[in-house]
Design a protein around this ligand. Structure first.
Ligand code: NAP
Length: 298
């Protein structure tokens, strides 16, 4: 229990923010969880005022512009939310000696590497979303020594929109689905991201002098293609009677399914560093699918 320590969660209505809000209280934090309606993170004065008033020990920024295709045209909004907002939060945190935990993405990489991406691999984002998220990482690192950047990928949870919910919806509507089979990654349960961040937050507050600040990868295992992920979702949906029958899945290539923003072919993140530093294991996404009825009901 972290008794009397205060945490501020931004983007609290998002997939990860929602889980963070629930779990932080369970972990014993005093929590102020807010989204855009209470704090627009792109408004520097509002960020500064709220942080001065609330005096959090830790700020977890789960707010982001996550619509990767829209980002290609919503360029100003992407940079405001993904770069400037995190910068303001990190700066305001630094003025009161607070820690900032910020979530980033596999999209900072090109996706061209053969093996798993480590924290030391060169970054080369391919679109506005990835470029603006990378700029956010750099801004947070520059603004506040007490920072952790958690890069994750393929996020899904009971709350919010994601691939699992899309599959369940389409599975009810169609007999056949085309799913991309040449992009690989680790599906990551939002609740596991929240739990990982709270483990790090506790260490940061209890032992700041021995906390290794920096960039960490946290994603799910085993690694799969979107096609294989869809298969696992439909297997579970049939097994648990959410669907009477799975649709036939047709394997597509990236070229068959053009999108405004380029997707990395390889989103597989090496998560060894977070295990050796914080004893945090990869998200067990298959286990998280055991709760599939909660996704169907939302
Ligand atoms: N989703 C993925 O697959 C994925 C993959 C890798 C990394 N990530 C990263 O993981 C983190 C959490 O993602 P998520 O999937 O939980 O995101 P999400 O569900 O899209 O939630 C983001 C939240 O931030 C809010 N927000 C947007 N602009 C804001 C602003 N100016 N001020 C305050 N709040 C604002 C959004 O509100 P509105 O709904 O009103 O915009 C939304 O509630 C993000 O940093 C994202 O980049 C996500």
């Amino acid at each position: 229990m972290i008794g009397l320590k205060k945490i501020l969660v931004t983007g609290a209505y998002g997939q990860v923010g929602f889980c963070l809000t629930q779990l932080a209280a369970e972990y014993g934090w005093a929590v102020l969880a807010i989204d855009r309606d209470k704090l627009d993170i792109t408004d520097f004065s509002a960020v500064e005022l709220l942080i001065k008033e609330y005096q959090p020990d830790v700020i977890i920024n789960a707010a982001a512009h996550t619509a990767v295709d829209k980002a290609e045209t919503e360029i100003d909004a992407s940079y405001a939310i993904n770069r400037d907002g995190p910068k303001y939060l990190a700066e305001a945190a630094a003025t009161i000696g607070a820690t900032i935990l910020h979530i980033s993405t596999d999209y900072v990489f090109s996706g061209d590497k053969e093996g798993l991406y480590t924290e030391n691999d060169p970054v080369a984002p391919q679109g506005i979303y990835g470029t603006s998220k990378l700029a956010g990482e750099e801004a947070v690192i520059a603004a506040n020594k007490k920072h952790i950047i958690l890069r994750t990928a393929w996020v899904f949870g009971e709350h919010g929109n994601n691939f699992v919910k899309t599959m369940l919806r389409l599975g009810l509507q169609r007999d056949q689905l085309g799913i991309v089979a040449d992009q690989f990654g680790g599906p990551t349960y939002a609740g596991d991201i929240a739990a990982a961040l709270l483990v790090i937050a506790e260490k940061a507050v209890m032992s700041p002098e021995t906390t290794q600040w920096g960039v960490y990868h946290f994603a799910g295992a085993p690694h799969v293609s979107w096609y294989q992920f869809a298969q696992a979702i439909f297997d579970k949906a049939v097994e648990t009677n959410i669907l009477a029958k799975a649709p036939k899945l047709n394997a597509l290539t990236t070229a068959d399914y053009p999108t405004a923003a380029k997707r990395p072919a390889n989103s597989r993140l090496n998560c060894d560093k977070i295990f050796s530093e914080f004893n945090i294991r990869p998200s067990n996404w298959l286990q998280a699918l055991n709760n599939l009825s909660a996704y169907a009901l939302q």
